[in-house]
Design a protein. Structure first.
Length: 442
């Protein structure tokens, strides 16, 4: 994971500070022409220090560099002036959070797997500095199990003026980085037992507690067992991770994360088979829920947060569930299984029922790679959001737009309930038997 810090450019070039910056990022706008978006005094200082003319450098490339958001012009520096070897002129658009995020990610990708020490002068306030810094770090993300030397890691610096955002940035970067690590880890390593072990490591954080159930402890979790007992080698786990700040009991946010460590589809085998290559990531919801609690604890947020990780492998074996099976969920509701490749809702239903019975949540939210049908209308640029709480929906929309994780409010009305009727159980679980399907909704 990259290191982040702050630095004062003037102090660096004067030699008063000993931090060695190897790369410098300058903001570029293109309103009535391409311009370096820093003060004239700072621009002159940069040009004097590095013995260049930024105006001339921009003129040399002409129309090849448009200055659009996230576009980068690389200016190599000759000699050894202050150790800086590259200046990156990067398009920042309107300096909105979205534009600063894109430009930051582009810079991070530019120096990925290097030992670059990159100072950015692109942010103009603390909020943008946080967004830009986090994006740079995440843009440099990589994961590999290759043998041999590990790739080098860059370091990122922002102006000393914005040093107050560093702690929050560290937590956000670490939380997202560790979530990605969990998601990328292949299923032969990231089994339900292994992930529950990773979760236990966070129990040392103040005000965080961990509870893990397995074997007979899951006797009431009919959905989790029906899916997870398909793998006798890697049986299911239920993990409860709670952050309880002192003297604070509400609001209580409960997150239920889908944690299918690998999804073959079960008896209803996935087709075409090459789609299975990405199914190690079917536990992304559980990973995100876990690291949300950890990040809340590390930031010492004044809100109670609990994550329920529903961990199971949906394997194909002699102990796999079958279409037409009837299972009893936590709390007693029975469900007729129609398609074993719609396993996510089965494990989530147990988690939601457990939360409702034991945790008294003010907000109950499930996070899941569920289902592929959602991408038919929303592509990969929006997450599908289902709720009848209009206030919550508006808040999630607002926050999603701000942080670049946009969601789309899907309909969720009683009219869809006919699609879930069953002749042999309280519900059927995929609506495949009826002409009233609602795609990702049912």
């Amino acid at each position: 994971m990259p290191k982040i810090s702050s630095a004062d450019f003037s102090a660096l070039i004067s030699g008063k500070k000993k931090k060695e910056i190897t790369h410098l990022a300058l903001p570029v706008t293109n309103n009535d022409g391409i311009e370096i978006a820093v003060s004239q005094s700072l621009k002159r200082e940069i040009e004097k220090t590095f013995k260049i003319s930024l105006t001339d450098e921009l003129a040399k490339v002409g129309p090849a560099f448009t200055g659009k958001v996230a576009e980068i012009l690389e200016i190599p520096l000759l000699g050894d002036e202050k150790k800086v070897s590259r200046i990156y002129c990067v398009g920042i658009g309107e300096r909105s959070p979205q534009d600063l995020r894109k430009s930051g990610a582009a810079l991070g990708r530019k120096v990925k797997a290097s030992n670059a020490q990159l100072l950015t002068l692109c942010p103009s306030d603390e909020s943008n500095a946080l967004t830009h810094l986090v994006a740079m770090a995440l843009g440099s993300y990589s994961w590999s199990e290759k043998s041999g030397p590990q790739p080098e890691t860059p370091s990122f610096f922002i102006s000393d003026s914005y040093r107050r955002v560093l702690k929050k940035a560290e937590v956000l970067i670490s939380g997202t980085w560790r979530t990605r690590d969990l998601v990328h880890t292949p299923a032969n390593i990231a089994t339900p037992e292994w992930i529950s072990g990773q979760a236990k490591r966070f129990g040392k954080i103040p005000n965080v507690s961990i509870k893990v159930l397995s074997g007979q402890g899951l006797r009431e979790f009919g959905g989790l067992k029906a899916v997870g007992n398909s793998s006798t080698v890697h049986p299911p786990r239920f993990v409860r991770v709670s952050y309880q700040p002192k003297a604070r009991t509400s609001p209580h946010v409960v997150l239920v994360g889908k944690g299918i460590t690998f999804d073959t589809g079960g008896v209803s085998l996935k087709r075409p088979y090459d789609v299975m290559m990405g199914m190690k990531s079917d536990m992304s919801g559980a990973a995100a829920a876990l690291m949300t609690v950890v990040s809340a604890a590390e930031l010492k947020l004044p809100v109670r947060v609990t994550a329920l990780l529903m961990l199971a492998e949906n394997a194909l074996s002699g102990t796999s569930q079958r279409p037409s099976d009837v299972i009893k969920h936590y709390g007693g509701t029975t469900v007729e299984v129609i398609n074993t490749d719609a396993e996510g809702r089965l494990v989530l239903a147990d988690g939601l029922a457990y939360a409702d019975k034991h945790l008294d949540p003010d907000y109950l939210i499930d996070i899941a790679t569920l289902t592929g049908a959602a991408t038919l209308g929303l592509s990969r640029y929006y997450g599908a959001m289902y709720t009848r709480d209009e206030k919550l929906a508006k808040n999630l929309n607002r926050v999603g737009d701000f942080i670049g994780e946009r969601v789309w409010h899907m309909p969720l009305v009683d009219d869809y309930s006919i699609a879930l009727e069953s002749d042999v159980a309280d519900f059927n679980h995929t609506a495949d038997k009826f002409a009233f399907q609602g795609g990702s909704i049912t």
